[in-house]
Design a binder for this molecule. Structure first.
Ligand code: MF3
Ligand code: CO
Length: 249
């Protein structure tokens, strides 16, 4: 069941999303060679607390940290660690969730570490563009898989593949609500999109094949072929005249 949100509820989700946006903005300035993903996690946890929020991921199904930090061939859910240190040329996907007053916000971006290859740069750009192509479709009257299809089309027309084992989701009083939002699918199908729906749309895009596997840590999803992967996510609200991005300042 897809839960519709009132304007008051969307305002609350917006507060959590502003904390997410702020963390992603500030973390950009901390990303440099030599920094550990654990150090980034500690900063994010502090900033979330200072904003009067709580980390949404920590403790979720036993997840141990505030951020997910996924490097290079890691797709999502990389666990911050003192022993993972950034190097020039890496790309790092940072996913963050916050909860305020019972409502969740969720967002992610892929950042370059120092100078990266043109190939990594292009993957990152196309993934972010595909997120915006998807968001544009999130308007009343459209069908859910119009979003999915728009993401897939942009990604595949650029020669990349979308990850199929992980999806976007509804969000509100829970981090994961219906519907699931795949990053591939047939346009014109799926549930009708209505004003008051709130979605976390999150394309995960691989330079090579789409297949992923989860490491023995039980969390970190990596590409099977070892190719690079990028991830961008926004929480958006469907308003009567179209989508509004909540995870931006
Ligand atoms: N953005 C991810 C998601 O929506 C983050 C979940 S990480 C977890 O699924 F640790 F909380 F599971
Ligand atoms: Co999410």
């Amino acid at each position: 069941m897809i839960i519709l949100k009132s304007l008051q509820e969307i305002e609350k989700i917006r507060k959590a999303c502003l904390v997410v946006a702020e963390v992603l903005d500030r973390i950009r300035g901390e990303i440099r060679p030599g920094v550990s993903t654990q150090a980034l996690d500690e900063l994010a946890e502090r900033w979330i607390g200072e904003a009067g929020a709580k980390p949404a991921f920590k403790g979720y199904r036993g997840y141990p940290k505030t951020l997910c930090t996924s490097l290079n061939n890691e797709v999502i859910h990389g666990i911050p660690s003192k022993s993972v240190v950034l190097s020039a040329g890496d790309i790092i996907s940072i996913d963050v969730g916050a909860i305020i007053d019972g409502f969740y916000g969720d967002g992610a971006k892929t950042f370059p570490v120092g100078k990266i290859t043109p190939e990594a740069e292009r993957l990152t750009t196309v993934t972010e563009e595909s997120l915006y192509r998807g968001i544009e479709q999130a308007k009343p009257g459209n069908r859910l898989y119009d979003i999915s299809h728009a993401v897939q089309k942009h990604v595949e027309s650029n020669g990349y593949s979308v990850v199929r084992e992980f999806v976007g989701h509804g969000i509100g009083r829970n981090m994961h609500e219906d519907p699931q939002i795949p990053n591939f699918g047939p346009s014109g199908q799926g549930p009708r999109i209505k004003a008051g729906m709130v979605f976390a749309i999150e394309p995960m895009v691989n330079l090579g094949g789409s297949a992923t596997v989860v490491r023995e840590d039980g969390w970190t999803a990596v590409t099977v072929d070892g190719s690079l992967s990028a991830h961008f996510e926004h929480t958006i609200a469907v308003m009567p005249d179209g989508p509004v991005i909540l995870t931006t300042k």
